[in-house]
Design a binder for this molecule. Structure first.
Ligand code: GLN
Length: 447
């Protein structure tokens, strides 16, 4: 059914880069055969999924939506793919994204842009726009995305679905092509909160191949779903409701807060001064890490190689000039600059100091509150092409999502209404480290 649906709508939506029809049918038939034999199957057996194309899939192209990796076929599976294979999940294909996960609209894909299933004139958000669109359009039952500065939560909000960015280290990054290693985290995009919790149950876990993987005992993230929010303390930070936030989004978010109050939660007005510097710190840190991570794409080890070159320097230069898109080059230049010896103290070191301030601010608020409520993005999904020419304006859209990655805490994006054009609005719930079960509980109360 899902493959038929993909055939019907994907030519218009463009959620996928690669569709793995043949192996999907084989995987589904294998599940059917086991079921016919009366085997007890894992909970997710036979559930069809879309996987963001920066997650390595053995024998299946993993392009990062870049010319650089357009024909790269990994010889191994990412940790999360091993987990999903154990569960006998059926992979339908690899989802479109912004090149190397840099962007907020999925328009930075080398292949094609993805359209928002709610309105094909609008962007689906990004960078996991293909993952979000696939789920919203019924082209997958769930999807995996990655979130470095909002790339799961913002497309989920733009497409009207649920997106979870787990605590840093809860899900292994083994086999995720790195953008900014200290911020990247894999998570689920789903239609419901329960689905999200079930997928997180399957992909969380310790993995010694990722040095930052947490040795956290397995939890059942569905366990508190129905407990309600009675007595929960929900912080509303002033800094998240200032200039730049559209009236329609602000109104919905405040109404959602009021709904929580009605459901028995207590709203707490707080101030988080450091949030003003979060966006600047994010772009310095993420670009610095990206410039280092992307140094490996040199035309020698793997991926694209320029056709003609006189010597090794020219090989590097031509390969990287031709293989990377404009946004990726912009980040590499920004990052190299921030890390260069004369500017390191002024930019990179400063950004790390801001990082500490942000962590302290969150800690202070979580000392007296259970969750923080905020918008996910300043606006709803805008028109295709609308913000392409102004990268700074595009970066501004990440203002509410990046602090979470900087602090390493979990956050969920949850649909909470629509604007006058019928475009979905998302509310963000943030919690302290490893508070996923509480976030799901709070999110479920809105369903
Ligand atoms: N939009 C942000 C950026 O371009 C977030 C990207 C992400 O989370 N991968 O950096």
């Amino acid at each position: 059914i899902y493959l038929d649906r993909i055939q019907q709508v994907d030519p218009e939506i463009g959620a996928y880069i690669t569709i793995t029809e043949e192996t999907a049918l084989q995987q589904a038939e294998a599940v059917d055969a086991l079921r016919a034999q009366g085997e007890t199957l894992p909970l997710l057996a036979g559930i069809p999924a879309a996987i963001k194309d920066n997650i390595c899939t053995k024998g299946v192209k993993t392009t990062c939506a870049s010319k650089m990796l357009a024909s790269f076929v990994p010889p191994y599976d990412a940790f999360v793919m091993e987990q999903l294979t154990d569960q006998r999940v059926v992979m339908l294909g690899k989802a479109n994204m912004d090149e190397f996960a840099m962007g907020s609209t999925t328009e930075n894909s080398y292949f094609h842009p993805t359209k928002n299933p709610r309105n094909p004139q609008r962007v689906p958000g990004g960078s996991s726009g293909g993952s979000a669109a696939a789920v919203a359009a019924g082209e997958a039952a769930f999807a995996l995305g990655s979130d470095t500065g909002g790339s799961i939560r913002q497309p989920a909000a733009f497409c009207g679905i649920v997106g979870m960015k787990p605590t840093y280290g809860l899900v292994s990054r083994y086999g995720l092509v790195a953008f900014a290693s200290s911020l990247d985290q894999i998570g689920p995009l789903t239609r419901t909160v329960r689905d999200s919790a079930l997928i997180l149950n399957a992909i969380a876990g310790h993995d010694c191949r990722d040095a930052t993987s947490l040795a956290h005992p397995a939890e059942d993230y569905t366990r508190d779903l129905e407990k309600g929010v009675q007595g929960m303390r929900i912080a509303i930070p002033r800094e998240y409701f200032g200039e730049g936030l559209s009236a329609a989004v602000k109104d919905r978010i405040l109404k959602t807060a009021a709904l929580y109050e009605k459901l028995g939660a207590e709203l707490v007005d707080v101030s988080m001064e450091s949030m003003k510097s979060a966006l600047a710190a994010y772009y310095v840190i993420s670009s610095a890490e990206a410039s280092s991570n992307l140094a490996r794409f040199d035309g020698i080890r793997y991926g694209y190689r320029a056709a003609e070159y006189a010597d090794i320097d020219e090989l590097y230069k031509k390969t990287r000039s031709e293989g990377f898109g404009r946004e990726v080059k912009r980040r590499i230049m920004l990052g190299s600059f921030a890390l260069s010896s004369g500017y390191y103290d002024a930019y990179y070191k400063k950004a790390l100091q801001v990082r500490t301030l942000i962590m302290n601010d969150f800690k202070r608020v979580f000392d007296r509150c259970d969750v923080i409520l905020s918008p996910v993005a300043p606006t709803t999904a805008y028109g295709l092409g609308e913000k392409c020419s102004d990268p700074l304006e595009m970066y501004m859209g990440d203002i509410y999502t990046v602090p979470v990655n900087i602090a390493g805490i979990p956050a969920i994006s949850m649909p909470c209404g629509v604007d006058a054009d019928g475009m979905p609005i998302g509310v963000q719930l943030m919690g302290p480290t490893l508070s996923e079960a509480a976030l799901y509980r709070a999110a479920y109360a809105l369903e």
